[in-house]
Design a binder for this molecule. Sequence first.
Ligand code: MG
Length: 384
Amino acid sequence: MTFAAIVVAAGTGSRAGGDKQWRTLGGKPVLRWSVEALRDAGAEVVVVTAPGEGERAAEALAGLTGWRAVDGGETRAVSVRNGLATLNGPDDQVVMIHDAARPGLSRAVIERLLEAVALASGAGADGALPALPVADTLKRGMGGAVAGTVDRADLWRAQTPQAFRLGRLRAAWANWPKDETPTDDCAVVERDGGRIVLVEGEARLMKLTYPEDFEMAEALMAPRMQTRVGMGFDAHRWGPGTSVWLCGVEIPHDQTLIGHSDADAGLHALTDAILGAIGEGDIGDHFPPTDPQWRGAPSDVFLKHAAGLVTARGGRIVHLDLTLICERPKVKPHRQAMRERLAEILDLPLDAVSVKATTTEAMGFTGRGEGLAAQAVATVEVPG
Ligand code: MG
């Protein structure tokens, strides 16, 4: 069903420390959360900003289509009226009025509202709003003392979006006194004799009012993370040289590791471990050894690329553990520098990076000094 939505983002938000609709929450502007949710559900979106703030909306919503900015006014009432004036859908089109300060809008709430309004028109109702029951006991206070207990049995906490048929909402607003500001849009339809139905709201749809609300909203809206573990292994052959690159650190040595890139087996094993944790194949898929541009390349490029893939899907590297296997050079004197370099490349705390070393007691190819091996484990969190 095609529907329209007016997102009111014209407030000054002084109680939340100013301009809350433009602040960043969970990595994106508060306004963007609602507009993305409404666009994903197929809405034509009108964003009402304070006069002259259309540019800020364009910045906050960069890359999104299907929305336009409209100047609001002194009060929320003027802003909603301005938004409604720009809609030209049929009278029976569903329109939702939403406050940008409620970024936790889910598809489920949108669907419940659409269904309720679709049914409502047949059942003689004129709108729908998401609401939550009041859990706390309510007291009436006067002069710092309790003046009575309020029965909360029939009380609900109203949220937005509030959904109506466009023609019905327009008619109600036409009858609303110009000098009065309603507390919400349902109140306008209620006073006009309309009947509003309640649908189930959500805690995450909370209104950002005070500065501390941002922290709570962030926690409520954080995606559920899944922990993944990936492993990586690499080995390179020793050849003539004067130094060797291990974990992004150049160590003076009487040999070097031979390979297409800088042959940093430590970084290669770590890269494969990260790629493994997110199911992205192996280092050869991303940086084919046949591609001349990677000849002699510093391997931190590979590691950064793998880490970037984790970040791109909203994940993070939790911890890396690497074991270097060789008889020579002695790794221990360089271990701290290697950890620091890895932490720097990946912007991780030092205790999230572990480098260990072992010999194979003269057994096998590492023991005979033919080559060096590295094995790694990466622990990664991704939304899941
Ligand atoms: Mg390699």
